[in-house]
Design a protein around this ligand. Structure first.
Ligand SMILES: Nc1ncnc2c1ncn2[C@@H]1O[C@H](COP(=O)(O)OP(=O)(O)O)[C@@H](O)[C@H]1O
Ligand SMILES: [Mg+2]
Length: 219
């Protein structure tokens, strides 16, 4: 054995170092670390969601490394009752874009978190986080209209959506409000912008959370 290794000019003590280096970490793997555990394997299985992914992926301009980066494009509004898989489809879409090699910075926030993090309080610069979310090339705004609204939350949502609207930044929005109720919940100015900027997907069916627990549902 030693002779063979010597003949091939291989020092057995360094064989381990010479082993092939591990596969490079992909954007998808890196992103997985930021995707909540429950949605880490989510797939954008809905036809309209994957069509949107395709549209955004092809609109991306090649970045410095040759891979397409997120550009501008339509947003996606995923509506439907609780537990129909809205958040699942939304993270599925983020994962598909990453899997397609699109280089993207993305942010995800629920409306409740948004309100909690940005509520003005001493010694805390909510504006910085707001700008991060508003300017992110891809934003997932989960559960729009679910949190209790006030003049302040309505203004915050308006500023966020208006920024995404004027700059045509792709935004994934989920809501469990029926579309006609959305206007009342989030205000006319936001609803009007969403009407123009979003493609819509309506999910229905049973609450997947309860079907799993009770075992009444068998698909
Ligand atoms: N297509 C799917 N395949 C497998 N599990 C799913 C699918 N869609 C949703 N789920 C699961 O069902 C549960 C509810 O989905 P979720 O996206 O959180 O619902 P919603 O956001 O509409 O309230 C979650 O545990 C999610 O992982
Ligand atoms: Mg959800």
């Amino acid at each position: 054995m030693e002779a063979i290794l010597a003949a091939r000019n291989i020092d057995p003590t360094t064989v381990v170092d010479a082993a092939p280096s591990p596969e490079p970490v992909t954007a998808l793997e890196l992103a997985a670390a930021r995707i909540p555990r429950r949605y880490r394997d989510a797939l954008a299985g809905h036809a309209d969601v994957s069509a949107w992914v395709e549209e955004i992926a092809t609109a991306g301009r090649p970045g410095p490394g040759g891979a397409p980066g997120i550009a501008h494009g339509p947003s996606l509004l995923i509506a439907g009752p609780t537990g129909t898989g809205k958040t699942y489809q939304a993270y599925g879409a983020v994962r598909s874009l990453l899997g397609a090699g699109v280089r993207l910075r993305w942010e995800a926030v629920t409306t409740a978190e948004l309100h909690a993090t940005l509520r003005p309080r001493q010694g805390h610069d909510g504006e910085r986080r707001f700008q991060e979310l508003a300017r992110s090339p891809l934003l997932l705004l989960d559960d729009l209209g679910a949190a209790k609204s006030s003049e302040w939350t309505e203004e915050l949502t308006y500023r966020l959506i208006d920024h995404r609207y004027v700059h045509e930044l792709p935004t994934l929005i989920t809501t469990n409000l029926p579309i006609p109720d959305l206007r009342t919940a989030i205000g006319d100015r936001v609803a009007s912008r969403l009407a123009e900027m979003t493609r819509r997907v309506i999910l229905d069916g049973p609450d997947r959370r309860r079907s799993t627990v009770t075992g009444l549902h068998s698909d």
